[in-house]
Ligand binder design. Structure first.
Ligand code: C2E
Ligand code: MG
Ligand code: MG
Ligand code: MG
Length: 292
């Protein structure tokens, strides 16, 4: 009987497991070919001064347009790339593209402008990573301070010796480091302050509840106060309403990003925004709804 039950269970689970593995093998194969086929792309979401409305820069976000399946979400394919190691070439590709765009933005922007690039723990653990980042900057004659690397809390908490050294070397060279999705992991500001970090990005889950959940408001307020006391820059992500933007400014958070300020744009759209005198961000500063 027990054997029957075991066999039954196997009958129930095996096909779906097989499908799962096949799906994963297929995803890995498709991702491996994606770069060579030009299917990978980068979108750029504006980062804005919430008070003046000035465009401060963009966050580079990976995009993958699969020919038959349509766009695939980075949460899924970046996680796969981290597991199968493709994050190293993909990460280099994204960085290179973002720096190329930064170069053109800087030639037309009336102000200093920077780019944020997400990096995964796997990249920081690569002893050659720092060298490649600095070479990519030098190759384009870009100042190191115009690049911010976004790392998540879990990456920092990993305590990997090479990763910690990478952060130190990058900071020494002038590259800024930003803690992404801050507040969702287990790290504290006191821990983060011991690392070579310049900025925390308050996770959008807190911003979402800012004007409706007193708890979220308290978390954002306390995080902002502590971060500022520690000399860290604070950026809010996921700003979807004008009320959220105003509430952040009242708490002393003057830099942010979110759909209300601007969706991720293709490179052409980002370049256009840099050259515009009247940006959606300017409308924000004037208390007007952002331009479509
Ligand atoms: P993230 O770095 O926290 O990026 C912010 C995500 O929030 C982006 O999702 C962005 O499109 C989305 N977002 C921006 N504003 C709003 C808003 O107002 N409301 C809401 N609901 N969402 C907003 P996306 O592009 O799907 O990227 C998801 C995650 O994938 C990123 O989260 C990041 O962790 C990862 N990722 C994306 N590109 C890269 C990359 O080049 N390298 C690495 N390592 N990870 C990447
Ligand atoms: Mg990010
Ligand atoms: Mg984030
Ligand atoms: Mg995120």
């Amino acid at each position: 009987r027990a054997k029957d039950a075991g066999r039954n269970r196997a009958v129930v689970y095996e096909p779906s497991m097989g499908a799962l593995v096949r799906g994963r093998v297929e995803l890995d194969r498709a991702l491996r070919q994606a770069m060579g086929r030009g299917e990978l792309d980068v979108a750029y979401q504006p980062i804005v001064d919430l008070v003046t409305g000035h465009l401060l820069g963009f966050e580079a976000l990976a995009r993958w347009n699969r020919p038959d399946e349509g766009p695939s979400t980075p949460d899924v394919f970046i996680a796969a790339a981290e597991e199968n190691g493709l994050i190293l070439p993909i990460g280099d590709f994204i960085l290179g593209r973002a720096l190329d765009e930064l170069l053109t933005w800087r030639s037309t922007s009336p102000r200093e402008i920077s780019v944020n690039v997400n990096v995964s723990g796997r990249q920081l653990q690569d002893p050659q990573f720092t060298g490649r980042v600095l070479a990519a900057l030098a190759h384009r004659d870009l100042p190191a301070c115009s690049l911010r690397l976004e790392v998540t809390e879990s990456t920092l908490v990993g305590d990997d010796a090479v990763a910690v050294q990478s952060l130190r070397d990058l900071e020494r060279a002038g590259v800024r480091v930003s803690v992404d999705d801050f507040g969702t992991g287990y790290s504290s500001l006191s821990y983060v302050s011991k690392l070579q970090v310049h900025e925390v990005k308050i996770d959008r889950s807190f911003v979402a509840g800012l004007t409706t959940r007193p708890e979220d408001h308290a978390i954002v307020r306390a995080t902002a106060a502590m971060a500022q006391a520690l000399g860290l820059d604070v950026v809010a992500e996921g700003i979807e309403t004008r009320e959220q933007s105003q509430s952040l400014v009242e708490l002393g958070i003057t830099r942010g990003q979110g759909w209300w300020l601007g969706r991720p744009l293709p490179a052409s759209g980002a370049a256009e925004l840099v050259g515009q005198l009247w940006t959606p961000a300017v409308n924000v500063a004037m208390g007007l709804p952002p331009a479509p």
